[in-house]
Design a protein around this ligand. Structure first.
Ligand code: KG4
Ligand code: ZN
Length: 346
């Protein structure tokens, strides 16, 4: 079965062709038209602007992905589209485009949960080993979930306030590093000392599997307010750059410590066959390295998977994969019955 997948939940307009062979599915082409440069000017995503910016590239992106996969529109069997969670207006552009195609071509639609897409990014061209434990870390979500043998998903823990990606973005803003913050912090952290500043590890000692990152963000704000080199631009540039790098490294260390510790706690409790990392923050080199290392130490030797960085951040390939790997929650339907679900949970 050939799936055309569409994703417009936030600030990336993306279309992909995914082949579903039954036991496994494979991305044939995956094109992302990013709005990142536009939102960098405002320091974050303005929903209305994001929606407007999806309209212009959506058809060229679909055209491009078909071309890249060397197929025509009439070769498509089904259309998969993100219905939530995400920005109301942004989701609408993808869904309305999918509905128009479904109506005109007489093709069924598959509504896809964006978070399931992030999980399924781990299974490109590879069948899942279940039960699987997945840490989902994105701009809007931080969740630990268990996918059982029937592919039902159980939420084990979640953030009580900010998401991990949101914390990266807010701290980057405090340090004047622009948007999105994750890649900038990650690059600077590589040059900094992770032990330079003693930042809190929120909820690390709590026995549950929940997270909280707003306190960590506030601690960085206090640091920025107090530290003479972080507040005053007039100091020697090189000296300031060193302290900014140390702040990034210390912050990243704190957040990775908590994410890894909680994932390991969940793994010991549920003994999954594989441990997965997913979401935009899964592109973080330090998180990837640390989680991979800790999973290796587990006695029952589960496998460890993380998508390649380009499949961690939002893309339509993962939406096509979710349509293939979660068939019970992504039933084919007709365009008339579908609507967006901005607050959809996992
Ligand atoms: O999954 P995603 O593309 O969009 C949402 O569904 O939210 O995640 C975006 C988030 C942003 O907060 C961004 O700063 C973060 O992922 N991110 C990173 C890195 N690359 C992207 N965070 C840390 N390190 C990175 N290398
Ligand atoms: Zn996402």
């Amino acid at each position: 079965m050939t799936i055309l997948a569409i994703e417009t939940s936030c600030d990336e307009t993306s279309a992909a062709v995914v082949k579903n062979y039954g036991a496994i599915a494979r991305i044939r082409s995956n094109i992302v038209a990013s709005q990142v440069k536009l939102h960098a000017k405002t320091g974050g995503v303005v929903p209305e602007v994001a929606a407007r910016e999806h309209i212009r590239p959506i058809i060229p992106t679909i055209e491009g992905t078909l071309h890249h996969a060397k197929i025509r529109l009439m070769d498509i069997d089904v259309i998969a589209v993100t219905v939530g969670p995400g920005l109301h207006t942004a989701l609408s552009v993808g869904l309305e485009t999918a509905k128009a195609l479904s109506y005109s071509l007489g093709l069924p639609l598959i509504p896809v949960n964006h978070l399931r897409g992030h999980i399924a990014a781990n299974w490109n061209n590879r069948s899942p080993k279940l039960p699987a434990l997945c840490l989902i870390v994105s701009g809007g979500h931080t969740e630990l979930v268990l996918i059982d043998r029937h592919r039902h998903i159980k939420l084990l823990g979640a953030t009580r306030d900010d998401a991990a990606g949101e914390a990266f973005d807010k701290v980057a803003q405090l340090l004047g590093l622009g948007y999105p913050g994750g890649p900038a912090i990650s690059a600077l952290a590589a040059r900094g000392n992770p032990h330079a500043f003693d930042l809190p590890r929120p909820m690390l000692e709590h026995k549950n599997l929940d997270f909280s990152f707003s306190g960590l963000k506030t601690a960085v704000r206090y640091l920025v307010d107090k530290h003479p080199l972080l507040t005053k631009e007039g100091k020697p540039r090189q000296q300031r750059a060193g302290v900014v790098a140390d702040t990034c490294a210390s912050f990243q260390q704190a957040i990775v410590d908590v994410l890894v510790a909680k994932t390991m706690r969940a793994a010991r409790q549920h003994r999954p066959k594989e441990v997965l990392l997913a979401g935009g923050v899964a592109a973080n080199t330090e998180l990837r390295r640390r989680l991979a290392g800790e999973v290796k130490k587990l006695a029952w030797k589960p496998s460890y998977r993380q998508p390649p960085p380009e499949l961690c951040t939002d893309n339509a390939g993962m939406i096509g994969l979710a349509a293939a790997y979660f068939p019970h929650t992504t039933k084919q339907t007709v365009w008339k019955t579908l609507d967006i679900q901005p607050s959809l949970s996992i």
